[in-house]
Design a binder for this molecule. Structure first.
Ligand code: NCD
Length: 314
């Protein structure tokens, strides 16, 4: 693997390998001394043009716990705010001799563009997509799959999700998490239903490997995992739903709706959450909520991915 840009880059064998190694990394994560020498002497740059808490800090911890040198650059405070182009910024970072670039950008396709510029310039930098616009977020899908695999009681070497029902609910149009999850869950054989108001379904949804509905109450009693998505107001220009209250009534995981879930069904959310809008506090903090498990899995999975891309070079 040279880059990780899309969840579709990975076949089932590769996903299984990443999840298996992440299980080993999770052991390191729970030790008092969290350090492996695996990426000593390697350098990772986190280049973030959009806000982030979980993704940026978990990539940083993942790199550090593997002994890589990690630096963070955000658009605010860098020459981007002086008008520097994306091309100049990524080539400048690469010219310093870094090994991997973890990039989050508001433009869909930006990480692919970075790989082309690196190829043209002949610099061997690995690129990891940490979220590009409304397009993809492959490490989020991997950490979600890892969390679900544990929830399903599947162990090392196992990644067959056939017969497992997952509902992805909410603002599908603006969600790179939804796109990457749908691709990865299809690779693992899960049965995915997308639930959203028609205004928050993207064009082309018919070609996705999912069932589509706007009836959340019809779906909840069936699912093994319900993944709630944040309503991404910052990407909305018009009125996608009448009021927040109406959105919650139709598509929120409210306290009342919790009773509709089967015993053993799990609740996921990639975060950050709008409590009271797409998810109630009762649901977010329920015993069946895996939301903080997803956060922990983020570090282990990113350690695994960084190791797969950068490890073993020496
Ligand atoms: C998501 C993102 O940035 O795409 N968050 C994350 O990475 N955990 C989802 C979101 O912003 O709603």
């Amino acid at each position: 693997m040279q880059h990780l840009l899309s969840a579709a880059d990975l076949d089932r064998g590769q996903v299984t390998e990443i999840m298996d190694l992440a299980e080993e990394m999770a052991l390191v994560q729970s030790r008092p001394v969290k350090k492996l020498p695996a990426l000593r002497g390697r350098t990772v740059v986190n280049l973030f043009f959009e806000d982030s808490t979980r993704t940026r800090s978990s990539f940083e911890l993942a790199g550090k716990w593997l002994s890589a040198d990690v630096i963070n650059i955000s658009a605010k405070g860098s020459s981007v705010s002086k008008g520097e182009s994306l091309r100049d910024t990524v080539l400048t970072v690469a010219a310093m001799g870094v090994d991997a670039l973890v990039i989050r950008h508001h433009a869909s396709g930006a990480p692919w563009q970075a790989t082309r510029w690196f190829a043209e310039a002949g610099v061997p930098v690995h690129v990891l997509n940490a979220g590009d616009g409304t397009h993809e977020h492959p490490t989020q899908a991997l950490l979600d799959a890892f969390t679900m695999r544990r929830h399903f009681g599947l162990g090392l070497g196992q990644s067959n999700f056939a017969g497992r029902k997952v509902a992805v609910v909410g603002d599908i149009t603006h969600s790179r998490v939804a796109r990457s999850n749908v691709l990865l869950l299809a690779t693992l054989g899960a049965d995915v239903t997308v639930v959203a108001p028609p205004t928050l379904l993207p064009a082309g949804i018919d070609s996705w490997p999912v069932s589509v509905t706007s009836d959340l109450d019809g779906v909840l009693p069936e699912v093994d995992v319900v993944m709630m998505l944040r309503v991404q107001r910052e990407r909305m220009s018009g009125g996608y739903f009448p009021t927040a209250r109406e959105y919650t009534v139709g598509y929120g995981l409210t306290r009342e709706r919790l009773c509709a879930l089967r015993p053993g069904a799990a609740i996921c959310h990639p975060g950050p959450m709008n409590r009271g809008l797409e998810i109630s506090a009762d649901a977010a903090d329920a015993a069946s909520s895996l939301i903080l498990d997803q956060v922990s899995a983020g570090v282990a999975v990113r350690m695994s991915v960084l190791y797969q891309l950068l490890g073993g070079a020496e």
